[in-house]
Design a protein. Sequence first.
Length: 517
Amino acid sequence: MVVLVSDSNDSDEFEWDEDRDDEARVSSSPALRNSDVPGPSTLVWQDAGGRANGAAPSASSVGKFVGMGFPKEMVLKGIKEIGDRDPNALVELLLTYKALGDFPPVGNCSTSSRCIPQSVEDNDDDDLTSEDWDESDAAAERDHIPISDGSGYEDFLQEMSQMDKKIKYLVSMGFPENEANMAITRCGSDAAISVLVDLIYASEYVPLRLPNPMVGFGLPGERLQLVTRRLPALAIGPPFFYFENILYDIEPEFVDSKFFCAAIRQRGYIHNLPIEGRFPILPLPPKTILEAFPQFKKWWPSCDSREYAKLAERIHRALSKSGNPPSQGDQEYVMRECRKWNLPNEMELLLGYPADHTGQVAKMERYKSLGNSFQVDTVAYHLSVLKEKFPGGINVSSLFTGIGGAEVALHRLGIRLRAVVSVEISEVSRSISKGWCDQTQTGTLIEIYEVQSLTDDRIESFIRRLGRFDLVIGGSPCNNLSGSNRHHRVGLDGAQSALFYDYVRILKSVKSTMARM
DNA sequence: GTAATTAAGATTTTACTT
DNA sequence: AAGTAAAATCTTAATTAC
Ligand SMILES: Nc1ncnc2c1ncn2[C@@H]1O[C@H](CSCC[C@H](N)C(=O)O)[C@@H](O)[C@H]1O
């Protein structure tokens, strides 16, 4: 296992740290990391699903289902009945139990986003080998089970005030402090963490708490909070990677772009980039609509009589008939109309793209492609750490390129794009990103249409040709996950969203190929 | 002909009460 | 804290406008 450490020396040469000692070092004194000391990040994140650390498989299964919100007794009964081989069947059974009211209701915690900070776990964590991470894919990621068997860390707690430390630990696992307090009060200060966790789960409904505020590891101008992430084996570079999606139940860097611009955009970002030394694109975009578009104040909402003559006309008519200020009904009508049709030019600007970036295609196409693109300022902030590491520019594998959000972000950061292998199936989107490249870029652009056609062989030949990939970046389709899809919201295995697996496949392939060559 | 418009829910999160 | 109302969400197919 490897931990990304910040390179405090300012050498231009970036190096991947693969020293196992790092992990040992970080793991050995996690308590000290809670202090307010500035410097390299330290708290170790680990997806709790990968933390079986020697527990019997059955215990792990129990934890998994308890983590989904079923009472432990119920889970045990279920496993006793049909075993834990078939998780789906077991969930079905548990739901049946629940419906029958055999057990007290505990609410739905299936989307809990808790994580276990890997402070003291022993490790050689078998379950964090690359095999585990990639084969069990999203399912493993989804299972954030704050259940522990209480073996490893109890020792390390001894010097601390037991109660305080345990409360802190529970809080670090994501439990609210009052619940942690409750558990300690009821079980006593020398109860094992696992007991406390069980109690909290068993005792009451534990609602999902999305990170609040959704700022990920922090915002421009803020001091970096003290965190260290433990990356699963697959995530250790090279290459760097960056993945975006509308993830709610994975523990990534979860960010709302409203902290970067005047548009709300909640997204999960999974990446192995360092988080120290980030900087934003300047100037910082305005954070409210009226700051972004002061003209709206004056003649909102008939804001664009050229392109939206009809809308503007209807609105104008409605407004001219009413007094000043317009009646409540008229105001609502106007707001309704304006909400219905966002303005592509304005949308482009809010998302951080150059003016008219998508201007060459039909309006509905602009809406569509802008609708699922990166918010440039947000992504750029995360990618900014690459600048000093790669003064000569980078080779990028850009999967699901869309309108080129990643490329625009890198460009606006002043990171040179030496070569971009871009994979995008949509003709319209390709024309947009290609057009932008032609106008702004001097490096090599290689276009591929189908992500599934980017085979290991082709990857190898690209690496042979380009030398290396420094960054694998992309956001796989989330149309099958999104609530706004009335038709095919079928989950990760949906036709498009399942391409997530190709992202993983390609990342793995790039990594292993580069390691081999 | 192509592009714009319209209306078709469900699920989940946030805002607002009580 | 807990309940309810409101808002928000990476589409598609049929129809109308140009
Ligand atoms: N099989 C496939 N191969 C390649 N790209 C695909 C694909 N299926 C869908 N896509 C593309 O994947 C993209 C997902 S949305 C990603 C948008 C991008 N991050 C941006 O900043 O614009 C869409 O543009 C969609 O056209």
